[in-house]
Design a protein around this ligand. Structure first.
Ligand SMILES: [Zn+2]
Length: 135
């Protein structure tokens, strides 16, 4: 059997593409930490929704050990970003979305597009510049 890529359930993507430190001296080539969607989700479930790791692991469809690894990785990346003044860029990783999410490149709204209304415009600002969060 071919080895399957393990997907981690993410209920909705983060509402931003990244974070930048402010008040820091401008860097010529700013360094980045790439935070995966599943890492964002793990942080959110554990530290924002205050779930215990067993519940959070179940919600994401992974083992407790895998959850702990994702969560630890997320915390280390955030710590490195803060301490080393790095930007944080969100990346898709191995996330599996509950729906097909899109982001408008004009106003940065996030939305899902119901299949019955094929429409490639942003429902908020009507821009045609929308992208799937997976791309
Ligand atoms: Zn828009």
């Amino acid at each position: 059997m071919p080895r399957q890529r393990r997907l981690r359930k993410v209920v909705s993507p983060p509402k931003f593409k990244g974070y930048k430190p402010y008040g820091a001296r401008e860097q010529k080539s700013p360094q980045e930490e790439e935070l995966l969607y599943e890492e964002y989700e793990a942080l959110k479930l554990a530290d924002y929704d205050l779930m215990n790791h067993a519940e959070a692991a179940t919600l994401m469809g992974v083992s407790r050990a895998t959850f702990a690894r994702i969560y630890e990785s997320a915390r280390r990346k955030l710590a490195r970003a803060f301490v080393e003044t790095k930007e944080i860029r969100m990346a898709y990783g191995n996330a599996e979305m509950d729906q097909d999410w899109y982001i408008c490149n004009n106003c940065y709204a996030r939305f899902t597009i119901p299949e019955q209304v094929p429409n490639d415009r942003c429902p908020l600002c009507n821009a045609e510049n929308i992208v799937s969060v997976k791309s």
